[in-house]
Write a protein of this length. Structure first.
Length: 203
């Protein structure tokens, strides 16, 4: 994996939030999908780690955003944890994967990935986490990849164009959206590799 992406380990991330402003709005759910590469250089989804997250103190919660994602931030059965606990748990898994795959650090893969990275970085700063495994600004965005491969930029339409299946009733869950984004990313990367006949290592 390290040779395929110049030392970066792609990790697919999706967040559900209480709005669009990463500085003021709550991070409510985060999912990270771990990818692996088989002996033929094909990427596949290995597992998903996720957490429901407690709104940070003073966090803004926009009713329209909660209506879309269906999250009740204070539901007693949500089993949410503080931001720092959620991130430390997920980062521990990612740092181990970075080591296993002989990479230097992780790179966030997302659909409109800048949105997810901004919320992630804001939560890291609030929690005063020193060992963030992700590159601070570089990303792989499946919006661009899907636009190139299928002429689609909306996640649901791109996934359906790739014939990967889409269940609208499951959408806007961090786990579901992250796993579908991971499937889309793997599909496009693998398809390109098959066409180009290369694993993408440095020439």
């Amino acid at each position: 994996m390290g040779k395929r992406f110049r030392g970066f380990l792609p990790v697919v991330v999706d967040v559900e939030t209480g709005g669009f402003n990463h500085q003021t709005d709550a991070l409510l759910q985060i999912a990270a999908v771990i990818l692996r590469m088989d002996q033929k250089g094909q990427l596949y989804r290995e597992r998903t780690v996720s957490h429901h997250v407690q709104p940070f103190e003073g966090a803004n919660l926009e009713p329209e955003s909660l209506k879309v994602n269906g999250i009740d931030p204070y539901h007693p059965l949500r089993l949410a944890v503080p931001e720092k606990d959620a991130l430390n748990d997920i980062f521990k898994v990612i740092r181990n994967e970075v080591k296993i795959n002989e990479c230097s650090r992780a790179i966030l893969v997302g659909h409109n990935a800048a949105f997810d990275l901004n919320f992630l970085n804001a939560a890291v700063a609030r929690a005063d986490i020193k060992r963030n495994p992700f590159h601070p600004f570089s990303i792989f965005d499946t919006v661009t990849l899907a636009g190139m491969a299928f002429g689609q930029t909306v996640l649901s339409r791109a996934v359906q164009a790739a014939r990967l299946g889409w269940d609208e009733s499951e959408a806007h869950s961090a786990i579901y959206d992250a796993e579908k984004t991971a499937d889309l990313f793997c599909h496009i990367i693998n398809k390109w590799q098959n066409m180009a006949g290369t694993t993408g290592g440095q020439q």
